[in-house]
Design a protein around this ligand. Structure first.
Ligand code: NDP
Length: 391
């Protein structure tokens, strides 16, 4: 029924491939392509050769086009890095194929992400009768669907949304990131930004924090960050006046990050080393543990969800919806830690929605623009059950 091409054989790509393999009645043909073929070979071996593999440099849309013409997929699922989004979207547009990704576009040379350049593809996708779903991981992704679900089922108006993301997992390394270190560190060393009374406010990086009592985890220190959901939430729901994103970090993680920043190791500007230009953050990535290797040693849980305030039937209402995920359970399921798992499961379910015709549309969509009901009905079955509480 469905032929998918997954580009990017990292932590998230591994999860998407293995979750697609668990639904063979829908995903009848799966091809994984990436820059380093040996990573595809390892995942192919893990799946007992259920998938096909290929090598591609997805920075080059000509290579993406040639690959799509060979594989002839119904959907391209982009689990490479945000730098490749535009080249892969261009490839889909030229070849007439639907598209899904997990993170919004960001250029190599500026640590600043925005959906604007991807939204600019809306009319072109629409003209060709194609659908693109942007930012369909957990956050962004599942969080956007939680918002759509809250609007559809629980509120007449929403005025405050707090997205809270806790990772209480312990991998035993002194310092490691749970997804691509370069993308992760670029994200959290940016200035914080949030919406208050309809106005954007900026803060120094990680300067605003508080304690929050997470279900299933307990109290944790959370830090205010700018995050990808904020831009589409504000664009598609300008009536929401307050939107904030909070993430947990341990003091140990923050201390390491501060030292690395202070010595220039998180910089994205090239420096000369022995006569060769190197980019410090890329060199740092080579030194840090591969996020894909953390699954086997990570214990503990994640809890990510939305805490919402608004009005229902003329009465104030407080409501929250979240998922709790166990790192060790994720490892048992697909050999991954929970961060890649919580990202890859919604991506697979999004592809399932498209292939089953439950999500239809032409143009580029963020997940909050789609019908949350069929997605929320099945996401628990595929590994990410949700709990909702009205206070
Ligand atoms: P990894 O670094 O583990 O994997 C990225 C993969 O993409 C690697 O296999 C890499 O190849 C491949 N790749 C990089 N550049 C190219 C290229 N030019 N052509 C082809 N393949 C390429 O990252 P993650 O799996 O942790 O993250 C994947 C994506 O998921 C990122 O965009 C990240 O931001 C996003 N993400 C989204 C989340 C969400 O909740 N929405 C949460 C976590 C991640 P190589 O092995 O050669 O380096």
């Amino acid at each position: 029924m469905g032929n998918v091409l997954i580009i990017g054989a990292g932590g998230v790509g591994n999860v998407v491939v293995k979750k697609c393999c668990q639904v063979p009645e829908v995903f009848t043909s799966i091809t994984l392509a990436s820059r380093t073929l040996s990573k595809c070979e390892q995942i192919q071996k893990d799946t007992n050769n259920k998938i096909k593999i290929a090598q591609v440099d997805a920075d080059d849309s000509k290579q993406v086009i040639a690959l799509i013409q060979k594989v002839k997929p119904d959907i391209v699922i982009n689990t490479a890095l945000p730098y490749q989004n535009l080249a892969i979207m261009e490839g889909c547009l030229q070849t007439g194929v639907h598209y899904i990704d997990t993170a919004c576009y960001e250029p190599y040379d500026e640590a600043k992400y925005s959906y604007e350049k991807q939204w600019a593809y809306h009319d072109k996708f629409k003209a060709k009768g194609l659908m693109a779903i942007l930012g369909l991981g957990f956050d962004p992704g599942m969080t956007n669907i939680y918002l759509a679900h809250a609007f559809k089922n629980h509120f007449d108006q929403i005025h405050t949304v707090d997205i809270l993301d806790a990772n209480a997992g312990d991998h035993g390394h002194p310092f490691a990131t749970n997804f691509n270190p370069e993308i992760n560190i670029r994200e959290i060393t940016q200035k914080g930004k949030y919406l208050e009374n309809g106005q954007w406010k900026e803060t120094d990086p990680l300067s605003v924090h508080k304690s929050f009592d997470f279900p299933g985890i307990g109290p944790k220190e959370v830090y205010l960050l700018y995050h990808e959901e904020l831009e589409p939430f504000h664009r598609h729901h300008p009536e929401i006046k307050n939107i904030r994103f909070w993430m947990t970090f341990s003091q140990n993680y923050l201390n390491h990050l501060k030292v690395l920043e202070n010595v220039g190791m998180t910089s994205i500007k090239p420096v000369k080393h022995n006569g060769v230009d190197i980019i410090p953050i890329q060199f740092l990535k080579s030194l840090l543990p591969d996020p894909g290797s953390l699954g086997v040693r990570t214990k503990g849980k994640t809890c990510i969800g939305l805490w919402i305030e608004g009005v229902k039937n003329n009465k104030p209402k407080k409501y929250h919806v979240y998922n709790i995920c166990d790192h060790e359970d994720c490892f048992k399921d697909v050999g991954s830690q929970a961060i890649s798992y919580t990202t890859g499961v919604p991506t697979m379910v999004g592809a399932l929605m498209m292939l089953q015709g439950k999500w239809k549309g032409v143009g580029c969509f963020n997940p909050e623009q789609l019908d949350p009901t069929p997605f929320m009905e099945v996401i628990g079955r595929y590994g990410l059950p949700w709990t909702e509480v009205t206070e």
